[in-house]
Design a protein around this ligand. Structure first.
Ligand code: ATP
Ligand code: LTN
Length: 334
């Protein structure tokens, strides 16, 4: 057994990955491989809580794997797998459903948002989404779960489940901590700075995806909403200038510059210079990722090798946890 600490995270293949999921999540993952045992997966089981076109779901699942690798996740150093390939997720998910309370599940912001947006399909899976997510996490006993700000509530619910479960059965699960980046944790839509940039919404409005061409990215940034204040200067003030603050957060995340440095760089200039500068920085960040993704997608055999090996490694670890849980709760051993 390795002495390293463990990290785990997942993303649903429910749409094309956006700049938001990149800056809020994936970008921060590759550097962790030396220090941690890392598990990353495509949460296809979570994706079906909203209706998906089967062919598109299959395509996006593979594309997401290629993007993980293109973003720097080396399959030799990280365990990359598809959630539905590791049966233990569904099995532990059921058990944890019995330790998640109706009241706490009802309070989840994501459930409330998605219910409002899919009023004709408020299915049981959408409601119990967090117990499956708790299973995803707890099967691997991670120390940290790197996610964007919007997922913090789900990790907190996982922690409640751990406390409740361990309270009854002893130390079965390790308590996981959410790990949220300082910059980029919440990238907003470019056209509506009050809404999170999201892959399954704003189809052709305020989002940028990892596969967008440089021309599309530039167009999106040029038409990004700034603010209607009269001073029209680049200053970090998320309360009064949320559009500018969002662009500054993006620029800071892709260039590594501080807000003070950015303010100095654009001092005395209007938004006309600032918006294309952010666009160009994003284009240059995403260019190699898009090119490498395209190259990997042409090599299906390689991708298949990666996800098979990943599932095998993941299942080995997951099975150990699941057995322990089954034993504790009183299931007869097979
Ligand atoms: P959907 O629209 O289908 O709900 P999404 O675009 O919100 O999807 P997720 O799959 O939920 O994306 O998120 C993947 C990861 O990226 C999560 O860790 C999430 O916290 C993070 N993330 C998603 N959107 C953003 C964003 N706008 N800013 C920062 N982090 C984000
Ligand atoms: N709910 C997350 C995706 C997700 C996840 C997980 C993240 C599913 N299982 C386990 C971290 C750990 C989302 O919507 N981004």
């Amino acid at each position: 057994m390795s002495e390293k600490k463990t990290m785990l995270s997942g993303i649903k293949p429910s749409g094309d990955l956006t700049l938001g999921s990149y800056l809020g999540a994936i970008k921060n993952w590759p550097a962790r491989a030396e220090e941690f045992d890392c598990y990353y997966f495509m949460a296809d089981m979570h994706a079906i809580t909203v209706r998906q076109d089967p062919a598109a779901l299959r395509r996006r699942t593979l594309e997401q794997l290629a993007q993980y690798i293109a973003c720097g996740l080396d399959p030799e150093k990280n365990t990359l797998f598809i959630q539905s390939h590791v049966r233990q997720h569904a099995e532990l998910g059921w058990v944890l459903n019995c330790y998640a309370m109706f009241g706490e599940l009802s309070r989840m912001t994501q459930f409330k948002d998605k219910s409002a947006k899919n009023a004709d399909n408020i299915n049981g899976g959408l409601f119990t989404y967090p117990s499956l997510m708790a299973a995803d996490i707890l099967l691997y006993q991670p120390d940290f779960v790197p996610v964007g700000e919007d997922q913090k509530q789900h990790v907190e619910l996982t922690r409640n489940i751990v406390q409740r479960f361990n309270g009854v059965y002893g130390d079965v699960f390790k308590m996981p901590e959410p790990y949220i980046p300082k910059v980029g944790a919440r990238i907003m839509s470019l056209t509506n700075p009050a809404a999170k940039m999201s892959k399954s919404e704003n189809e052709d409005t305020g989002r940028v995806t990892l596969m967008d061409s440089p021309a599309v990215i530039m167009k999106q940034f040029k038409r990004a909403v700034t603010d209607s204040d009269t001073e029209r200067c680049v200053r970090y003030d998320p309360e009064n200038k949320p559009g500018v603050a969002n662009l500054m957060a993006i620029y800071a995340a892709v260039t590594g510059k501080s807000f003070a440095e950015i303010e100095a760089e654009f001092e005395g200039q209007g938004y006309g210079k600032f918006k294309p500068a952010v666009g160009e920085a994003v284009v240059e960040t995403l260019r190699p990722i898009r090119e490498e993704t395209e190259r990997l997608l042409a090599d299906k055999a390689y991708l298949e090798g990666v996800y098979r090996a990943g599932a095998e490694k993941a299942a080995y670890v997951a099975e150990k946890t699941l057995r322990k849980v089954y034993k504790k709760i009183g299931f007869v051993a097979r």
